[in-house]
Design a protein. Structure first.
Length: 285
């Protein structure tokens, strides 16, 4: 997997600095980009998107928007068929997919956010390219305000240790922006964000809260199976029943959807303060 940003290609840079050109037909190869276009009120400029975009923007199913492969499996012929004037993609990439995107010969903006700050910058960059800079700044301000509101509300609360994973085979810690959200939601993130870990390492760390948000799995993480399969029954999280699944798109889509993830995390980490939010499922006792 390649994990870097490709935002300064000459053709894209020209789009960013030009006051005379605004893209009208966009191919979005990741849900986060589609969500941002929706929040900017620009879904009508979407010429093509991925099937995963429909999970976060179901209204697209009623439009003529074409469905194409994503940043991991992009196909040049699909991109060209949509007749776009800009392709926007985001991690994860495969080198073969990047080759296909370049082969299409269309201006390309590639994103690789790691932190919340990166997410803010990406939203602002997309907004500026699309001629909606003010709306982009408003979205960023909204995100920052909501995150700080939750952080302030939990400022004096205890900070339980939280294990949050984005994949179960192998075990992979959630991304850095999720670690930031866990801390804003009043927890302490266990491990190194985005890196692999082991069943034994998590067991020894003994987290008080366990959150699984597997990429592409929606809300279908088998909570009742993973605890016995991993011999985690004696962890503090398992004993207290604080073992949760949070919808994939709430934590793994780096856009305003992260605010839903924040609310779900706050309810998981501090149920005494926040009520159970949509997108949060607790292990059955």
């Amino acid at each position: 997997m390649l994990n870097y940003r490709i935002t300064k290609l000459p053709n894209v840079y020209n789009l960013i600095v030009s006051d005379n050109y605004v893209p009208r037909r966009i191919v979005s190869l990741q849900p986060s980009i589609t969500v941002t276009l929706r929040d900017l009120g620009l879904l009508d400029r979407l010429a093509a998107c991925t099937k995963y975009c429909l999970d976060v923007c179901p209204e697209l199913s009623k439009t003529s928007c074409l469905i194409v492969q994503d940043s991991w499996t992009a196909k040049a012929e699909q991109i060209v068929a949509a007749k776009p004037d800009l392709v926007v993609a985001s991690v994860p990439y495969q080198i073969e997919a990047l080759t296909e995107i370049m082969k299409a010969g269309i201006p390309f903006l590639g994103l690789a956010p790691k932190s919340l700050n990166d997410v803010y910058h990406d939203i602002a960059a997309i907004a500026r390219i699309m001629g909606a800079a003010d709306r982009g700044l408003a979205l960023v301000n909204q995100m920052q305000k909501e995150i700080e509101t939750v952080r302030t509300k939990l400022a004096d609360a205890a900070s339980p240790l939280v294990y949050c994973e984005e994949w179960g085979k192998p075990l992979i810690h959630s991304q850095p922006w999720v670690a930031e959200l866990v801390e804003a939601a009043g927890g302490r993130f266990l491990g190194q964000p985005g890196k692999q870990t082991t069943v034994d390492e998590v067991r020894v760390a003994d987290p008080q809260v366990i959150v699984a948000a597997w990429c592409g799995a929606g809300d279908r993480v088998p909570l009742e199976k993973i605890i016995p399969q991993r011999a985690w029954e004696q962890t503090r999280a398992a004993k207290s029943g604080q073992v949760y699944c949070i919808n994939d798109e709430f934590l793994n889509t780096p856009a305003t959807t992260l605010l839903q993830g924040l609310r779900a995390l706050a309810a998981a980490i501090h149920p005494e303060v926040f009520s159970v939010d949509a997108g949060l499922r607790r292990i059955k006792s």
